[in-house]
Design a protein around this ligand. Structure first.
Ligand SMILES: O=C(O)c1ccccc1NCC(=O)[C@H](O)[C@H](O)COP(=O)(O)O
Length: 211
C-alpha cells in the first residue's frame, strides 16, 4: 500500500513547488500565530494556488475559534482541517469538512479511547507531546501505539529521511507527516531533504511490497 505524505508548515512558494514536485500527497499550512511557520489565511490562499488538483491542502489549527476557522475556510481552499489543540469531537465535526485529529502521544493517554471518541475523523495524526503543541522535531515512542487503532493513522513527530523507513516498517501508517525533518530552518524547507524524505518513503513502500 502506498504511504501518503504530508509536508507541513509551508511558508514560501518555492517550498510548495518543491513539495508538489517531490510527490507529496498533501501540503499543510499552520494557522497558529505563535508558530514560526504561521501564515495568514490570505498568505495560504496565495500559496495554495500553486497546488495542483489531487494534492490536499491541509489547514492546521490549535484551539482556534469557530469564527477564525470559518474565515480560513472561506479564504483558503482547504481539503482537510487538522485540529492540533484540545478541540472536542463536536467542535471538530461542526465545520462540515473532512478533518484530522491530532493526538500528542504520551504515557497514560488511552489512544484507543481517544481514537474511538474521534471516530468520524478522516484520520488520527499521532504526534509527539511537545511544548507549543507541535512542530517540535521530536520522535515519540512508537511502541505506545496499540495494535488495531481504528481509522487511518498518520504518523508524525520527528520524522526525517533516515528514520521514516523504519517508522513505516514498524507502524505501517496510512500516511506520514513531517515538518522539522525537511527544513533548513523553521518554516524554511530544504528541497533536498524534502526529496530525500519522499524517496525514503517510496523505498520503504517498495521493500514492503507496496507501490
Ligand atoms: O508546525 C508547527 O509549527 C506546529 C505548531 C503548533 C501545532 C502544530 C504544529 N505542526 C503540526 C504538524 O502537523 C507537524 O507536521 C507535526 O507536529 C510534526 O512536526 P515535526 O516533528 O517538526 O516533523
Amino acid at each position: 500500500m502506498k504511504t501518503r505524505i504530508k509536508i507541513c508548515g509551508l511558508t514560501r512558494e518555492a517550498d510548495v513547488d518543491a513539495a508538489v514536485e517531490a510527490g507529496a500527497d498533501a501540503v499543510g499550512f499552520v494557522f497558529y500565530p505563535p508558530s514560526p511557520r504561521y501564515v495568514t489565511p490570505e498568505r495560504a490562499a496565495e500559496l495554495a494556488r500553486r497546488v495542483p488538483p489531487f494534492v490536499d491542502v491541509v489547514g492546521l489549527f490549535v484551539n482556534a475559534s469557530a469564527e477564525e476557522i470559518a474565515a480560513a475556510c472561506a479564504t483558503v481552499p482547504l481539503n482537510l482541517l487538522q485540529f492540533h489543540g484540545d478541540e472536542t469531537p463536536a467542535f471538530c465535526r461542526s465545520f462540515a469538512r473532512p478533518w484530522l485529529r491530532a493526538a500528542r502521544v504520551r504515557p497514560g493517554l488511552d489512544l484507543v479511547e481517544f481514537a474511538c471518541s474521534y471516530s468520524d475523523a478522516r484520520g488520527l495524526l499521532l504526534d509527539a507531546f511537545v511544548e507549543g503543541y507541535g512542530g517540535g522535531g521530536h520522535v515519540f515512542d512508537w511502541t505506545l501505539i496499540p495494535a488495531g487503532l481504528p481509522g487511518h493513522l498518520v504518523l508524525s513527530g520527528g520524522l526525517h529521511a533516515d528514520n521514516v523507513g523504519d517508522a513505516i516498517r514498524r507502524v505501517r501508517p496510512a500516511a506520514v507527516d513531517v515538518s522539522s525533518g525537511v527544513e533548513a530552518g523553521k518554516g524554511i524547507k530544504d528541497h533536498e531533504k524534502v526529496a530525500a524524505f519522499v524517496a525514503a518513503v517510496r523505498a520503504a513502500d517498495a521493500a514492503i511490497g507496496g507501490v
